[in-house]
Design a protein around this ligand. Structure first.
Ligand code: 13P
Length: 258
């Protein structure tokens, strides 16, 4: 079986001033140091990129953006581009988060274009997919999630898509304290990997990290990460304090070493 390096990513969403961001990033960097058996990434707001980058200096912790436009530059008021993310030191970018799809009108086609633009600029896309409670209760989870996977990867081959990371985030589990049961998460993760294999080949699918997101915390991280297809976590609320995020990174290390 392909050994995938676990990835623990923090999505800070719309939280933290520059000084607060520096302090949090510094604490995480001190823990991770020059490297651990798992990868760790933080996603601050864009106004803190420079400060966080400085705090991460000398550590293996990566910097992620929470969104991007697909164009490099031009008349797009309020947007950031992959070129600017690279310039700011971001090696990763979250895209298609359900909050962006729900509240900012992000479409499957827009997400697809963002995947392509990030790949061109060698920024790792962390592609979020997930179903609502209504969709889950109607038995449509796999239709929705696999449909989002199909749409986001259409037109790109396995070579271009090599760095892609997928994050399965059931919308009903985000910020609610409700977590998918580990077996339910595994079922969806396995289905995602199966679809990736059908679309672009088994060997690529075996290499793709599929993260789980939705109320991940120190007390449930090990159980989720013990599932064969759960390769890491995309963490919201619990990524905002070192006391919560560091134990989740440690759970990623345990997975890597298991
Ligand atoms: P919570 O961990 O706060 O549920 O958020 C998950 C999430 O949306 C990460 O992108």
């Amino acid at each position: 079986m392909t050994k995938r390096t676990p990835l623990i990513a923090g999505n800070w969403k719309l939280n933290k001033t520059i000084d607060e961001s520096k302090a949090l990033a510094g604490a995480i960097a001190a823990h991770v140091g020059a490297g651990l058996a798992c990868e760790a990434v933080v996603g601050p707001v864009a106004t803190s990129f420079a400060a966080v980058k400085q705090s991460l200096e000398g550590s293996a912790v990566g910097l992620a953006a929470q969104n991007t436009h697909w164009e490099d530059s031009g008349a797009w008021t309020g947007e950031l581009s992959p070129t600017l993310l690279v310039d700011a030191g971001c090696g990763y970018c979250i895209i298609g988060h359900s909050e962006r799809r729900q509240f900012f009108g992000e479409t499957d086609e827009g997400v697809r274009k963002k995947v392509g633009a990030l790949l061109v600029h060698k920024v790792v896309p962390i592609l979020c997919v997930g179903e609502s409670l209504e969709q889950r209760e109607a038995g449509k989870t796999l239709d929705v999630v696999l449909g989002q996977i199909d749409a986001a990867t259409e037109g790109y081959d396995a070579v271009a898509l090599a760095p892609l990371v997928v994050a399965y985030e059931p919308i009903w589990a985000i910020g609610t304290g409700l977590t998918a049961k580990a077996e339910d998460a595994q079922e969806v993760h396995a289905a995602i990997r199966g679809r990736l294999a059908e679309l672009k080949g088994q060997s690529w699918a075996d290499s793709v990290r599929i993260l789980y997101g939705g109320s991940v915390k120190p007390s449930n991280a090990d159980e989720l990460l013990s599932q064969p297809d759960v390769d890491g976590a995309l963490v919201g609320g619990a990524s905002l304090t070192p006391d919560n995020f560091i134990p989740i990174i440690d759970a990623g290390v345990r997975r890597a070493e298991s």
